[in-house]
Design a protein. Structure first.
Length: 71
């Protein structure tokens, strides 16, 4: 995945903001039954974390590819 450098900080900020909002919502549900909605929110939080790692590593992979022509 290629992400233009100028968009990377904004993407990371938006992802972090959404993760924070979800964590607040999940905090309100702590100790309550695991409903389908709560399961969905937990999965969304995990997906956002994975996306954050992808965005963070996108530049690192491009840098490595620039150094090693076989990648």
């Amino acid at each position: 995945m290629k992400i233009d450098r100028k968009y990377k900080p904004l993407l990371l900020e938006l992802i972090e903001e959404k993760r924070y909002q979800l964590s607040l919502q999940l905090e309100d549900l702590k100790g309550k039954p695991l409903t389908p909605e709560r399961k969905k929110m937990t999965q969304k939080q995990a997906d956002l974390e994975a996306l954050q790692h992808i965005v963070l590593s996108a530049g690192a992979i491009d840098a490595v590819r620039g150094k090693f022509k076989t990648l």
